[in-house]
Design a protein around this ligand. Structure first.
Ligand code: SAM
Length: 238
């Protein structure tokens, strides 16, 4: 799995990518996630990468040329054209299903994630290189770095070897169209509160049944929209 994150703030991305499960997977060579500093590709002697918008208005716009040169360098190093995503509030809203689709593209050929900043990016470079735009929700952030990290994390944890077993993500909320059942850990009694008896029984079939019932109950309660979609898809009468 290879993911390139093109950003004006590589240190911000590296700080996150270096930690925890993703950091360990990178160090073990299970995933190859690299940050590319767009500023390193500017030809401007003052290392500028943005300018005022034509037509006037607030803020600055990221210029096409440094991004073009950055993307071309990535293509050359990779030896192929990566599937190119612009993180944008105007894109398809990220879901687990979309992350699964993109995880396949990250395996073959690879992903190039373009992070905008300021007012955004010159449209001409987007028209030239971008395959699709992905949003993390209907709100606006200062930059594409956090969305790129969200997308990378979501994809990388599904890569074989990053988590101990596929069940670690397949059982979780959203993967099957349901939310996950409640989880408990030691101590058995905390502040006078116990845990559901069945979880202490060691009876695997009963535990699985309890978890499934809880999954259905919680999804119905917290996300009636998801529950309806799940029923429609699975054609079940519950
Ligand atoms: N002017 C743009 C607009 O109104 O569509 C918003 C620019 S935003 C301030 C700066 C950058 O943050 C964008 O270029 C994009 O890369 C990123 N960004 C902001 N919100 C995002 C979201 N919800 N999902 C993905 N990327 C986002």
């Amino acid at each position: 799995m290879r993911i390139e994150i093109a950003t004006l703030f590589p240190a911000m991305c590296e700080a996150v990518l270096d930690e925890s499960i993703i950091g360990r997977a990178r160090r073990a060579g299970i995933i190859d996630v690299r940050c590319r500093d767009i500023r390193a590709y500017t030809l401007d002697k003052h290392r500028r990468v943005d300018d005022k918008p034509f037509g006037g208005g607030m803020g600055m716009v990221m210029q096409a040329e440094p991004i073009w040169r950055c993307w071309q360098a990535a293509c050359e190093e990779l030896g192929h054209r990566p599937y190119t995503i612009y993180l944008s509030p105007q894109g398809r809203t990220l879901t687990q299903g979309i992350a699964c689709e993109l995880a396949e593209k990250a395996e073959d050929p690879s992903l190039f994630l373009l992070c905008g900043h300021y007012e955004g990016v010159d449209q001409r470079i987007l028209d030239r290189i971008v395959d699709e735009e992905i949003s993390v929700g209907d709100y606006v952030l200062t930059g594409g770095e956090l969305p790129a990290l969200v997308l990378t994390d979501c994809i990388a944890r599904m890569c074989h070897g990053v988590l101990p077993a596929a069940a670690a993500f397949e059982d979780e909320s959203h993967f099957s169209g349901l939310l996950e059942y409640p989880q408990y850990t030691r101590p058995e009694i905390w502040e006078g509160e116990g845990v559901p008896e069945v979880l202490l029984s060691g009876h695997h079939r009963n535990i699985a049944k309890w978890r499934r019932d809880e999954s259905l109950r919680i999804t119905k309660e917290k996300r009636p929209d998801m529950f309806a979609a799940y029923l429609a898809k699975n054609d079940q009468n519950m």
